[in-house]
Design a protein around this ligand. Structure first.
Ligand code: FES
Length: 147
């Protein structure tokens, strides 16, 4: 059994210890905003916040998250939309939308570290893959969210 805190609620996962956190969140907690894209740590669709750091949840086993505090996209915007979400909407950034939860989690973590990131810092910090190619609008939106 793995005990941790997800979106400010204590949870216990009775799953194999090598189960990726992604599947515990989606299958046991029904937090399906966290997406499966590649399963290899490349695309970032599965990004969540673990103890203040943006992490690809497909690459983290349950045995490694005992006692941690995890925030998913549902937790990030529980009471009101996060500034990154508002900026993404204002900039008409999402297309198909599949990568957006992971990008939002990554951008929120970036802005916590660096509220006024440069273009270069955003391009280096947001390593998520978007097959629709929203990158130019995304950089502008993240800068707007930080202001
Ligand atoms: Fe985890 Fe792609 S699904 S990085």
């Amino acid at each position: 059994m793995t005990r941790l805190t997800v979106n400010n609620e204590a949870v216990e996962y009775r799953m194999a210890p090598d189960t990726p956190l992604l599947w515990a969140l989606r299958d046991a907690s029904n937090l399906t905003g966290t997406k499966y894209g590649c399963g290899t740590g490349s695309c970032g669709a599965c990004t969540v916040d673990i103890d203040g750091k943006a992490v690809r949840s497909c690459q983290v086993a349950l045995r490694d998250v005992e006692g941690t505090f995890v925030t998913t996209i549902e937790g990030l915007s529980r009471e009101r939309a996060h500034p990154v979400q508002l900026a993404l909407i204002a900039g008409n950034v999402p297309q198909c939308g599949y990568c957006i939860p992971g990008i939002t989690m990554m951008a929120a973590a970036l802005l916590k570290r660096d509220p006024m990131p440069s273009d270069e810092a955003i391009r280096a910090g947001i390593t998520n893959i978007c097959r629709c190619g929203i990158y130019p609008r995304l950089v502008e939106a993240i800068q707007r969210a930080g202001r």
